[in-house]
Design a protein. Structure first.
Length: 191
């Protein structure tokens, strides 16, 4: 486990080597066979906006089927996300021509955590695909995290970040499984 802290005291925790190659191959097979669709930032008119990416939106059932959270390796980080509720699960399929933007996962003042898993079975550093975390003003790079197969990162969703596209020497798609987590909702109503 490795812990990184931003200048605004927000944490990113990195885990490597939690899963066997056989487990990772199973996760990868499930993910690469997902149904991907285009999703844009502003609207769904592909002709007018260039910021569209390929994604597969997962249900909680899909996530369970991957086996990622039920594997013994997930015990290393379950305490960090325990008690939080899943807000969104998605697999991003990045290509050389993607145009990604710096963004945060926290919305409307709700403190989220993001769990990011890198499912590709092989990836070399010259293939790019880094995840970059910036300062809150989005002016300085604070951390550039290499895409390492099997890596799990859990970070404060209010940290501005961006996925970097693979380079032109990368032989395959860059997949990332992102799970956005929120504090549990209070379902108690007052009488």
């Amino acid at each position: 486990m490795k812990k990184l802290v931003t200048s605004s005291n927000k944490e990113t925790i990195i885990f490597d080597d939690l899963y066997s190659y056989s487990e990772r191959a199973g996760f990868y097979s499930f993910i690469k066979n997902s149904k991907f669709t285009t999703q844009g930032y502003d609207n769904d008119r592909l002709e007018t906006k260039g910021d569209h990416n390929l994604v597969s939106l997962y249900t909680l059932e899909d996530l369970i089927q991957t086996g990622l959270l039920s594997s013994a390796g997930s015990m290393a980080f379950k305490g960090i996300i325990n008690g939080m509720e899943v807000q969104q699960i998605r697999v991003n399929l990045s290509t050389l021509n993607d145009r990604n933007r710096i963004h945060v996962d926290s919305k409307n003042g709700i403190q989220t955590k993001t769990l990011l898993y890198y499912p590709n079975l092989e990836w070399k550093i010259e293939w790019g695909g880094y995840t970059i975390f910036t300062d809150d003003a989005e002016k300085e790079i604070e951390h550039a995290i290499a895409y390492t197969p099997g890596r799990v990162m859990i970070f404060d969703g209010s940290i501005p970040h961006v996925i970097c596209a693979p380079t032109n020497v990368a032989p395959s798609y860059r997949f990332s499984l992102a799970i956005q987590l929120v504090p549990p909702t209070n379902n108690v109503t007052e009488k």
